[in-house]
Design a protein around this ligand. Structure first.
Ligand code: NCD
Length: 308
């Protein structure tokens, strides 16, 4: 995978997905084993995180991953950069490229922004979320979390519930899960699930109870309040009552169900606090796996030698 851009899971082969997951498991072991977490796999490499949209976990997780691997990592946030002065995306990219960066990790509100970046830079481009399109490292860390709990992904029933329409996490999950042989069910209000998604090979339910019945995994997505247009969404109270994942509804899933949420959560809206912090929740583990998956992606695409 050396030199490969990571733009989405739609075009990533099952073999490459497998390689990332296995490498992430190795990374977890390596970092867990030693007191000094720092490895030298990417010593002498420079990575820049360019974030045009807000982020807590994804940005800090990429930063930590790069640092654990021994790379130099810098961060550019749109709100404090020359973007705020009107600099174009292309000029920002060319500026970064001119500094001799090896990888650009980019988040942007426009679909296709990461793909666009590959036209202007020689560095490896890693998509950290482009609009409602893809968020490949989130998809990969979700796959890793499922594999760790259930042993394998193939044959598992995964329900993805919530605001699918605006969610890049949903798209990356669907592509990744289908490639790894899972059965994918989407649940939520009609207005928040594009019906064309059946063409991807998923089943759509408008009663969340039907989507989560006998599920091995329930992945709850955030209602993206900042992206809602009028008429798509009932009141928050109505949403929680009809579509929210609470203890009662979760009883419909398998006994050892795994509950995931990419964060940030609207507690009490798409997920109740008892489920979010309950015994089936893998939400903190997802964050932990995020660092390992990003270490895997960075090392596989940037390291001069095979590292795991
Ligand atoms: C997601 C994102 O930004 O796409 N969060 C994340 O990366 N952990 C999901 C969201 O914002 O709801």
């Amino acid at each position: 995978m050396r030199g490969q851009h990571i733009l989405g899971l739609e075009h990533m082969s099952p073999a490459d997905i497998e390689r990332v997951l296995t490498t992430a498991e190795e990374m977890k072991k390596m970092v867990g084993r030693q007191k000094n977490k720092k490895l030298s796999v990417l010593r002498g490499k420079a990575i820049v995180n360019v974030f045009f949209e807000n982020s807590t976990r994804t940005r800090s997780s990429f930063e930590l991953a790069g640092k654990y691997l021994g790379a130099d990592v810098i961060n550019i946030a749109a709100s404090t950069s020359s973007v705020a002065k009107g600099e174009s995306l292309r000029d920002t990219l060319l500026t970064v490229q001119a500094m001799g960066i090896d990888a650009i990790v980019m988040r942007h509100s426009a679909e296709g922004a990461a793909q666009y970046a590959t036209r202007y830079v020689k560095a490896v481009v890693i998509n950290a979320g482009d609009g409602a399109h893809e968020h490949p490292t989130q998809g990969l860390l979700d796959l890793l979390t499922i594999r760790q709990h259930h042993g394998e992904i193939a044959g598992k029933k995964v329900a993805i519930i919530g605001d699918i329409l605006h969610s890049r996490v949903a798209r990356s999950n669907v592509w990744g899960l289908l490639k790894m042989g899972a059965e994918v069910h989407l649940g939520g209000p009609k207005t928040l699930i594009p019906k064309e998604m059946v063409d991807m090979g998923v089943t759509i339910h408008h009663r969340v109870e039907d989507a989560i019945a006998d599920a091995d995994v329930v992945n709850v997505l955030r209602i993206q309040l900042e992206r809602q247009k009028r008429g798509l969404f009932p009141t928050p109270r109505e949403y929680a009552r009809i579509f929210g994942i609470n203890d009662e509804r979760l009883k419909l899933a398998k006994k050892n169900v795994l509950v995931m949420h990419p964060g940030p959560m609207n507690r009490g809206l798409e997920i109740s606090p008892d489920v979010a912090y309950g015994r089936f929740s893998a939400i903190e583990e997802q964050v932990n796996n995020g660092v390992a998956v990003r270490m895997a992606v960075l090392s596989l695409t940037l390291a001069d030698e095979e590292c795991a």
